[in-house]
Design a protein around this ligand. Structure first.
Ligand code: NAI
Length: 486
């Protein structure tokens, strides 16, 4: 029997997990549950990752975690346990499925517009690296990582999913028109991976346009893959299309460990009242059953759920207000009673993956380095120095130009990304954080790290260099962005 780790979570977690496991038992789901200690209480007991070493061991041994929502204590500098779990175990793809359900009225269901959208959100990189610094008293900076290998992983997952589930289209949402290097890399790898799936229509769409079209014509989308932060926002938008977070299941998929969880949080306002809606966690559990090859059980439970919803049975957060709401226990009981029934107003679910047994992955024994071969010539041509100073750009420029070794020249200064020196508008409002682009005199010329660090040391005698970035070219490709107006 497959053993999985189960963490009930905080707030409503216990209530909804108990309801879901009761439904699983009634449907004779054949899994062995190992309950693990994770969540708020364990942070407060001093486990800085929010889980006990036994919990970590269990999850790394079973490779499957079914979890309820969890709370990370606020204001104590602790990192979100949910994000830590996803990142530590490299669950690079967050899959969320949004579908119209009979009995869950929305403006779209009333207008007869069916919704069946899968959002695949990159789950590890982007601003979720959480690498932030105060670069001056006034300026906070967050480093945003998009990597070729991380992007390839999530795109391949999206296309594989489309192929397996019979979707015809995958779209990539992005903001590559603004973030040409980061989102540009995400988009470039999307089309590279798409070449391996010629039967699937690959397209891309700028994220703001995507949001507008998701709201105005959601039926046009099947699978949409996005970077982490944009994916986070867009998936909540999609939750709104189908009646809220209570109906959105989610799985976090990696090559080794997979985590299945509801999209919503711990709902502290209703915790302990036995009124929470367990549907999102139940649907996430069904994703898990399908992943583990128990497609027959997943279909049977989903059909019972759909039938129950069609009957108008609902918890207090949705449904026909003229029908009294059920509490969590009653809602689960109704689903259990309806096991064996199929929905009348929608297509019954089929077993799909039944019979394909899940095999526990062979775990790596050392950390994997994901890297592409370096085929392009890499040339260091200078450095961007970020200066913390209230001086004007002209004053900063004068100081730098006075002291720069002959090898280098100051090419431009930008403030908040807009060029303010040597030319710019007097109307560009500035803050005490100047980006000073210093390059070799001959722009095709090359420098080295020793010359750069010596140059920084000289500038540092006069100005506070709060951070720096190397300017490199990779073959024909410039490895840095231009300033607005440059
Ligand atoms: P939330 O999702 O917990 O609650 C938002 C609203 O939705 C509340 O009014 C709540 O009562 C309602 N709601 C949520 N789930 C429901 C359900 N199953 N049935 C009925 N109503 C439901 O979001 P909030 O308040 O922003 O976060 C509360 C806590 O949850 C925070 O500590 C947050 O960090 C944590 N959280 C954990 C997540 C996870 O474990 N994956 C995800 C999101 C938030």
């Amino acid at each position: 029997m497959t053993k999985i780790s189960v963490a009930k979570g905080d707030g409503i977690g216990q209530e909804i997990m108990d309801a879901v496991l009761r439904i699983f038992d009634a449907a004779q789901v054949n899994l062995d549950y190992e309950f693990v200690e994770m969540g708020k209480e364990f942070f407060l007991q001093g486990y800085t990752s929010g889980m006990t070493p036994q919990a970590k061991e269990s999850i790394e041994s079973n490779c499957i975690l079914f979890k309820g929502p969890m709370e990370t204590p606020k204001g104590k500098g602790m990192k979100s346990i949910n994000v830590t779990a996803r990142k530590t175990w490299s669950t690079y793809a967050n899959r969320r499925h949004f579908q119209s359900l009979k009995g869950v009225d929305t403006v779209y269901s009333k207008a007869g517009i069916p919704i069946d959208i899968t959002i695949v959100r990159e789950n590890i990189e982007d601003t979720y690296g959480g690498i932030e610094h105060m670069n001056s008293n006034d300026v906070a900076v967050c480093r945003r990582f998009i990597t070729r290998k991380g992007s390839e992983q999530v795109h391949r997952f999206a296309f594989e999913l489309a192929r397996k589930e019979g979707f015809k289209k995958v779209a990539c949402g992005h903001k590559a028109n603004i973030m040409k290097l980061t989102d540009g890399l995400f988009l470039e790898t999307f089309y590279q991976v798409a070449k391996d799936y010629p039967e699937i229509e690959a397209s891309d769409i700028i994220v703001d346009d995507l949001c507008m079209k998701l709201v105005s014509m959601p039926e046009r989308f099947q699978v949409v893959v996005l970077p982490n932060l944009q994916g986070d926002i867009v998936s909540d938008l999609c939750a709104g299309l189908v009646g809220g977070l209570g109906f959105a299941p989610s799985s976090n998929i990696g090559d080794n460990i997979c985590i299945f969880e509801a999209v919503h949080g711990t709902a502290p306002d209703i915790a302990g009242k036995n009124i929470a809606n367990p549907t999102s966690l139940l649907l996430s559990g069904l994703m898990m059953l399908r992943h583990l090859g128990h497609g027959d059980k997943a279909a049977a439970i989903e059909n019972a759920l759909l039938y129950t919803l069609e009957q108008g049975i609902h918890t207090g957060d949705f449904g026909d207000k003229s029908i009294p709401s059920s509490n969590t226990t009653e809602f689960a009981d109704a689903i259990i009673k309806n096991l064996g029934k199929s929905p009348l107003e929608s297509e019954p679910r089929k077993a799909g993956t039944a019979g394909k047994a899940w095999a526990k992955p062979q775990l790596p024994t050392s950390r994997i380095m994901m890297a592409s071969p370096r085929t392009e010539k890499e040339v260091l041509i200078g450095s961007d120095l970020f200066i913390d100073s209230e001086k004007s750009a002209d004053e900063v420029a004068a100081i730098i130009e006075n002291r720069l070794p002959a090898k280098f020249k100051l090419q431009m200064i930008s403030n908040r990304g807009t060029q303010v020196w040597p030319t710019g508008s007097v109307l560009t409002e500035c803050v005490n954080h100047h980006r000073c682009r210093i390059v070799c005199h001959d722009e095709t010329g090359e420098t080295n790290t020793t010359e750069i660090w010596q140059m920084i040391q000289i500038i540092s005698n006069e100005l506070f260099v709060t951070s720096m970035e190397m300017l490199r070219n990779f073959g024909e490709k410039q490895g840095y962005s231009l300033a607005q107006g440059q």
